[in-house]
Design a protein around this ligand. Structure first.
Ligand code: AMP
Length: 456
């Protein structure tokens, strides 16, 4: 099927062509005609399936016809659980709507200053992309007029449910005209989502694209139980020494942890660097270029920063911390096994993560086998999550601890810490060659000079 067959406005087709899209993705093929026909739609689709365009293209198509009702309020409202997603949606709206006349896209996000938002809302708005909490503030202050609203999109509704935003979403929906068209996108369509849909959608068309399971078949998923931070660090050291590992992405929960872990790995001699949202675009691009040209062996990243990385040589993804959401697990491990290659995804979990693991497994429809590395066995045995071939070592390894990890057990991975020194106050030691076989000696442990060296 071609985009032309979807009967979208020619200006939208021009923008799609410019974006380099040739064929609509399955979710676009199914959702766009239903939406253009005016139906409510509830669709299960993950990020990465093209779901943003699946609702944004019909939304823009609606906007190509002048509003029937006079006013300045939004004609399309997209609610998202996170600021990052809201920004991505706004970018998509601008990208696909660039050849339509005067599409004003406004983002209203928590944590941003009110005066600027008040100013943006005082102008004529076509598409409003918002996180629920802040939007409610503005609604209560009477700053938004929804009488022109034609389309309400709930993006990643399952996450909004998980994050406790659903009441807010319902309050917002109640402030919009009953004549609106409502779209709900969610990673999964389960009972809880059905209840939300029953309240907010009118006889919706249900669309399901293939589950994430099929996408993960070329990725071997492994689980290691870790007692504490120190144990995680030793496990990581072990995994990174695997000869089959060409390049790896290690995911941490926070930006700060990504920085500290990258510094510590660098101090150990790994060609490692961090990638996260606090870095400016130039720094991010430079790091990604190094990853692409093989200058980096280990990238330590947060979820948002690593989205969309497509590097064929990434053989391993390591969840140093488990992701908050099952959907992110799929995004993360999908960074390996690109272009038909096989990949390895290693997750570290504590016994407290059992419920979390169950959620991930339910989402992917796959079990993650737990592995034990001789010499690095967990002290605490998990009681609830015993699904893999426990006791079966995945890698042959001598029964001895890694000679030097450079980490200690407190959060923040501190032994080298700000000073870049290990716990004996010595500079970091040389550990090994980088991925190009170069002998890789770290300097005397000064963090500033690490960074200078890394910037080269
Ligand atoms: P999403 O699932 O909305 O996060 O989209 C994932 C990525 O797919 C984005 O980078 C889009 O630019 C891209 N994309 C969306 N639709 C298409 C398409 N029909 N062909 C190629 N890429 C697409």
């Amino acid at each position: 099927m071609s985009f032309e067959a979807l009967n979208l406005h020619p200006s939208i087709l021009k923008a799609i062509q410019e974006a380099g899209y040739t064929t609509p993705t399955p979710i676009q093929q199914q959702a766009v005609p239903e939406l253009i026909a005016g139906h409510d739609v509830m669709a299960s689709a993950q990020t990465g399936t093209g779901k943003t365009a699946a609702f944004m293209l019909p939304a823009l198509h609606t906007l190509a016809t002048p509003a029937q009702i006079r006013g300045r309020g939004p004609r399309v409202l997209v609610l998202t659980p996170t600021r990052e997603l809201a920004l991505q949606v706004s970018e998509a709206a601008k990208k696909y709507g660039k050849y339509l006349p005067h599409i004003n896209v406004v983002s209203i996000l928590g944590g941003m200053p009110y005066p600027l938002q008040n100013k943006l809302l005082s102008q004529s708005v076509d598409i409003l992309v918002a996180t629920p909490g802040r939007l409610i503030d503005h609604i209560q202050r009477g700053r938004i007029d929804f009488k022109r609203l034609q389309m309400l999109v709930l993006d990643e509704a399952d996450r909004m449910l998980d994050m406790g935003f659903i009441e807010d979403v319902e309050t917002i929906a109640a402030a919009t005209p009953a004549t609106r068209q409502t779209l709900l996108f969610s990673a999964t369509l389960d009972n809880a989502i059905d209840k939300v849909a029953a309240k907010l959608l009118k006889t919706p068309k249900r669309i399901q694209v293939s589950s994430p399971k099929s996408k993960l078949d070329n990725i071997e998923q492994r689980l290691h139980y870790a007692d504490d931070m120190s144990h995680k660090n030793r496990l990581l050291n072990h995994v990174l020494r695997d000869e089959k590992l060409k390049q790896a992405i290690v995911f941490t929960a926070t930006k700060r942890d990504a920085d500290s872990l990258a510094d510590n790995l660098y101090a150990q001699g790994y060609a490692a660097a961090a990638l996260h949202g606090d870095m400016n675009q130039r720094e991010r691009n430079r790091t990604l270029t190094r990853l692409r040209n093989g200058g980096l062996r280990v990238l330590v990243a947060t979820d948002v920063a690593a989205r969309g990385i497509d590097v064929a040589d990434i053989t391993h993804v390591i969840n140093f911390d488990l992701p908050k959401f099952a959907e992110d697990y799929v995004h993360r491990i999908g960074r390996t096994g690109r272009a038909g290659a096989t990949g390895v995804a290693v997750s570290f979990a504590s016994v407290k993560d059992s419920m979390h693991l169950t959620k991930i497994e339910r989402y992917t429809g796959q079990r993650i086998a737990s592995h034990i590395i001789p010499g690095l066995e967990p002290r605490i045995k998990p009681r609830f999550h015993n699904n893999g071939p426990r006791g079966t070592p995945n890698v042959t390894q001598k029964r001895k601890r890694a000679p030097f990890s450079g980490f200690d057990s407190r959060p923040g991975f501190g032994a080298t810490g700000e000073s870049g020194r290990n716990r004996n106050g010595q500079g970091a030691r040389t550990i090994g060659p980088d991925n190009r076989g170069n002998s890789f000696r770290s300097n005397n442990g000064n963090k500033a000079s690490y960074q200078a060296a890394r910037a080269k």
